[in-house]
Design a protein around this ligand. Structure first.
Ligand SMILES: Nc1ncnc2c1ncn2[C@@H]1O[C@H](COP(=O)(O)OP(=O)(O)OP(=O)(O)O)[C@@H](O)[C@H]1O
Ligand SMILES: [Mg+2]
Length: 373
């Protein structure tokens, strides 16, 4: 029912190709994030699925059905926008009931007659029947808004407005829920709470969800799978842990979490390990490089600061702490090794000292944790 397939989707706006061969296979019930920087084509992709844009080429399927020529309101997609698009002159109940109302009006044919005034009038035109009322109150209870049902949406907090927008989509029982940066207007604490609320509802209802964001932490913490987009293309699709531990390009390594990315030259290519030179230093990796010039990728948490008197291991580098930043349960150090700054994250336990700027340190990196791209 609610799977979504995009097959070689291309979208041109005039001369500009904004989507270049997008292929995605989103499973029923999956929470799928589209992640990428501003302008990379996330909203356009979403609008093609919803039917507000028609692709220049390619096929869109919802369930087993090709929907390229199907009107938006027949695709059974619920949409939540960044700006919520609530009606400020209506109370919470009416905002949520609105879509159900329009459905009723469509059935009665009255919509055509009253045209653009429908939006203003519709809550007066149709009496809510008991079934509609129950549906709306059920969903309001679900998003914990029952006590606010008769407030105007302009009297609500950002998080409450966000939940009205969500309720308004869910009340239609869509096959697919499309959310375009729904949390970006909220402050950080509320974003975290809403992440959990959205995830809980999505799992409860098992509703196929496409979630657009440019916030990698949001995508990685919420989604079953993430597609990373860059300039109209999908550059990698995978589970959050896949993307984090096996990025297929330096772009992904940098976009998904923080990485140290160091250019180097392969000086030994063996069966079980290879050796890469950067500056005067040599580093061992368990990975087999495909090229002679590579990017060495190391996550900050995979670099250890050795205690004094630790016996010499492989992949040990002398450096000097340039910056130390206390981040709560970790300390982030910027350590200069030759001319290279390495970012090093160390767990911090209460009462421990933090290394001062200028401290000499020895860093060690397991060769398993040295990626080569
Ligand atoms: N209707 C349109 N006409 C012409 N160009 C458009 C139109 N809609 C989008 N674009 C262009 O297509 C590109 C992708 O836009 P889109 O809105 O999909 O990006 P996005 O990834 O959602 O970005 P953001 O994170 O800023 O919302 C942009 O360069 C944008 O200027
Ligand atoms: Mg957008």
């Amino acid at each position: 029912m609610g799977s979504v397939v995009l097959d070689n989707l291309i979208k041109d706006f005039g001369e500009t190709r904004v989507l270049k061969n997008i292929n995605l296979d989103i499973k029923e019930g999956e929470f799928f994030a589209l992640l990428g920087p501003s302008g990379c084509g996330k909203t356009t992709t979403m609008r093609c699925v919803a039917g507000f844009e028609s692709p220049t080429e390619g096929i869109i399927k919802i369930g087993d059905k090709k929907v390229n020529k199907v009107d938006p309101h027949r695709r059974n997609c619920g949409m939540v926008f960044q700006s919520y698009a609530l009606f400020p002159h209506m109370n919470v109940f009416d905002n949520v009931a609105y879509s159900l109302n329009v459905k009723e009006l469509k059935k009665s044919g009255i919509l055509k007659k009253v045209g653009i005034y429908t939006r203003m009038l519709n809550s007066k035109l149709v009496k809510y029947n008991d079934e509609m009322k129950k549906k709306v109150y059920d969903i309001l209870e679900y998003v914990e808004l029952t006590e606010h049902a008769h407030k105007l949406t302009s009297e609500l907090s950002g998080g409450q407005q966000q939940r009205v927008a969500l309720a308004r989509s869910l009340v239609m029982e869509p096959d697919v829920l499309l959310m375009d940066e729904p949390l970006s207007n909220l402050d950080q604490k509320l974003r975290h709470t809403m992440r959990n609320t959205i995830r809980r509802i999505q799992q409860d209802l098992n509703i196929t969800t496409i979630f657009v964001t440019h916030d990698q932490e949001e995508a990685m913490s919420m989604a079953d799978r993430v597609a990373v987009m860059q300039a109209g293309e999908i550059v990698q699709v995978g589970t959050p842990t896949d993307l984090y531990s096996n990025p297929n390009s330096p772009y992904i390594a940098d976009f998904v979490g923080t990485s140290n990315i160091i250019p180097g030259e392969v000086v030994h290519k063996g069966d079980s390990y290879s050796v890469i030179q950067f500056g005067e230093q040599k580093i061992e990796s368990k990975k087999k490089p495909e090229k002679d010039s590579v990017q060495i990728i190391i996550r900050p948490e995979n670099i250890n600061i050795l205690k004094e008197n630790t016996p010499n291991l492989k992949n040990v580098f002398d450096g000097v702490v340039e910056v130390a930043t206390y981040l709560g349960n970790t300390v982030r150090y910027e350590v200069k090794v030759e001319n290279q700054i390495l970012i090093v994250d160390q767990n911090y336990e209460a009462g421990e000292g933090i290394l001062e700027e200028g401290s000499k340190v020895r860093l060690s990196i397991s060769s398993e944790r040295v990626l080569l791209l």
